[in-house]
Ligand binder design. Structure first.
Ligand code: SAM
Length: 247
């Protein structure tokens, strides 16, 4: 259940998974949990509801990590397929970090999931293969955002939908104050205490501040060629879902 993915010899894979690979994947999961107080699971569920998976569809999940969205997409489509029939949906999980994909494979995979190493700026995928392209908590890490947005649009079919979930800006002053205290004080301290790694957690908080606010990022989607761009705030703007279509 993989393509474009280097086959890692079994022993090597086991060693790698036990070692640094496992740690980094777990760290991402812990970071997501910490930053969102576990609410990222609910947000991801809302993204999949918005994606509205259907039998026979193809999802490309960019910066997909261990494959949370991909699994949810194919499972949701399968529920529809049981009632209405059709082909199974499939999802291609792409990530620049092979270690994340190995950790995802270790969690379990099947024929509906494919795992592909690749940079969001230059996806190793053909044009127009996806009914839906998602990226969750990944765009913030991309160096050339415009190149990535254009390439994610390239792999979408005409009529396909792009959905991007990312930490964003709280929409009320009160929430902003709580959020600032949480992210500037609590998170680096928790990072120090839990992972003995204050710097990474500090970086994480700063990277969220550097990322453009909702409106500015929506403009970037439009500039990359997406149509009918819209934004939905999640949990008062702590995260936001940006949506665009390839029409
Ligand atoms: N989407 C997953 C989720 O929500 O659980 C993983 C999110 S994790 C916080 C960010 C992921 O982005 C990592 O797996 C990392 O390897 C990947 N990443 C960072 N830069 C990337 C790039 N330029 N292209 C593709 N993936 C990238």
């Amino acid at each position: 259940a993989s393509f474009g993915f280097r086959e890692v010899p079994r022993e090597e894979k086991a060693g790698l998974v036990r070692g640094v690979f496992d740690r980094s994947a777990r760290r991402y999961d812990v970071m997501n949990d910490l930053m969102s107080l576990g609410i990222h699971r609910v947000w991801k569920d809302m993204v999949i509801t918005e994606a509205n998976p259907r039998p026979g569809q193809t999802l490309v999940d960019v910066a997909g990590g261990t494959g949370d969205l991909a699994r949810a997409f194919v499972d949701r489509a399968e529920r529809v397929r049981k009632r209405r029939g059709g082909e199974p949906a499939r999802a291609i999980v792409t990530d620049i970090n092979e270690q994340m994909l190995v950790a995802g494979l270790k969690r379990g995979t099947d024929d509906r999931l494919q795992w592909v190493t690749g940079d969001a700026e230059c996806l190793p995928l053909p044009d127009a293969i996806a009914d839906c392209v998602t990226i969750a908590f990944g765009i913030r890490n991309v160096t050339n955002r415009d190149a990535a947005l254009k390439d994610m649009r390239r792999v979408l079919k005409t009529g396909g939908r792009f959905l991007c979930l990312e930490f964003s800006r709280p929409t009320t002053k009160a929430l902003e104050r709580i959020y600032d205290a949480w992210s500037f004080n609590a998170i680096p301290r928790i990072g120090e205490a839990v992972a003995k790694d204050r710097d990474s957690y500090q970086y994480l908080v700063e990277s969220i501040r550097r990322f453009p606010p909702q409106d500015a990022f929506a403009d970037e989607l439009k500039a990359a060629g997406f149509d009918r761009v819209s934004v939905t705030n999640y949990s008062g703007g702590i995260a936001a879902l940006h949506s665009g279509w390839r029409l």
